[in-house]
Design a protein around this ligand. Structure first.
Ligand SMILES: Cc1cc2nc3c(=O)[nH]c(=O)nc-3n(C[C@H](O)[C@H](O)[C@H](O)COP(=O)(O)OP(=O)(O)OC[C@H]3O[C@@H](n4cnc5c(N)ncnc54)[C@H](O)[C@@H]3O)c2cc1C
Length: 310
């Protein structure tokens, strides 16, 4: 049986809980995975060791992991991860990383997997309009969409070995200067409330932020909103040319539901749409729809949620 190797998802220097879903995905391929944790401080691998169902954990320690850089991370991980089927999260960072490692190893890459049945991997294509199933035979690098597979429990106690790795790293990113924002990124959120051009002005996004703060949600946007208003950064864009998200709850406010927007959020567990136009395409994909202006709907939603959360 081919070995499976989970590449732990790292966010802000810590193991992201979606790593527990990757172990489930690896088990569906038929083996207990080795979990590789890119780190500068090996103690962060303890979280990965607590996830049940892995064979062992390798804390891959290198200064190169202090900031994400595709070439450096791929070189360092290639030097330490055993050969086999590599499984990473379908986050923008890890999709990039999986492709780089696959290129280094000369193995196939399958992105955005949502179903695993034996060696058959299913993923959406054509902006989610169709699904394709491919069979892997031998080593490959695959990324798995977050929130699709159940997470394994946290009562494991896998052995952790620490391996210093640098690989053949030619360049490394020393510092990333982030735009000052304390808000949760859409790619990491379990609940997202997104605004479209129907919000009328970037100033009106404060109403979305108020709901987001009540729910612990991230604020996203359509491309029309991002392109129209400089104050709405591209990092908030959800869709075909933005981020693909898969939260438990996606609230679309003043968003028409163009196919390119749907491509990034249609697999959300629950979709709620608020739009003043009853014929807006978003309602065809929403589990719950509110036909109203956001000016009418958001204050009611906000006060109801506030009293529920109190
Ligand atoms: C190659 C390509 C890639 C693209 N990639 C993306 C992408 O990644 N993400 C993306 O989002 N788009 C993308 N687009 C653009 C996409 O086609 C749409 O133009 C865009 O999604 C529309 O954004 P919107 O729904 O916010 O705006 P609009 O289409 O203008 O819709 C605004 C909606 O708000 C409603 N509304 C207006 N006022 C109110 C109010 N007061 N209260 C409630 N509702 C109101 C209207 O009824 C309408 O449905 C892409 C397009 C192309 C060609």
């Amino acid at each position: 049986m081919t070995e499976t190797i989970v590449l732990a998802e790292i966010t802000k220097g810590a193991v992201h809980p979606t790593t527990a879903e990757l172990i489930t995905a690896a088990q569906k391929l038929g083996s207990q995975p080795i979990v590789v944790v890119p780190c500068t401080d090996a103690s962060i691998a303890d979280i990965a060791a607590s996830y049940a169902g892995s064979a062992r954990v390798i804390a891959a320690k290198s200064d190169v992991f202090s900031n994400y850089d595709a070439a450096g991370w791929a070189a360092a991980l290639d030097a330490v991860a055993p050969s086999g089927v590599l499984i990473a999260s379908a986050s923008p960072q890890s999709k990039d990383l999986a492709a780089r490692i696959a290129a280094r190893r000369g193995i196939s890459v399958v992105q955005d997997v949502v179903k695993i049945d034996g060696n058959n991997l299913t993923s959406p294509i054509y902006s989610g309009k169709a699904m394709q199933t491919v069979a892997i035979d031998g080593d490959a690098a695959i990324t798995v969409r977050p929130n699709v597979f159940d997470a394994v429990s946290s009562d494991g106690s896998a052995d952790v070995s620490v391996v210093d790795t640098t690989g053949d790293v030619a360049t490394a990113v020393m510092e990333i200067m982030e735009r000052a924002s304390s808000r949760l990124d859409v790619a990491e959120a379990n609940i997202i409330i997104s605004g479209g051009r129907g919000m009328g002005s970037p100033d009106n996004f404060v109403h979305l932020e108020a709901v987001a703060d009540t729910l612990g949600a991230a604020v996203g946007a359509s491309r029309a909103a991002v392109d129209t208003w400089e104050a709405i950064p591209h990092s908030m864009q959800v869709g075909q040319t933005g981020k693909t998200v898969n939260p438990n709850l996606y609230i679309a406010v003043g968003i028409s539901g163009a196919i390119q927007h749907l491509a990034g959020m249609r697999s959300s567990k629950y979709i709620v749409a608020i739009n003043k136009d009853a014929d807006a395409p978003i309602f065809q994909h929403a589990d719950y729809g509110i036909v109203a202006t956001w000016e009418e709907a958001l204050p009611v939603l906000q006060s109801t949620l506030s009293s529920m959360m109190a």
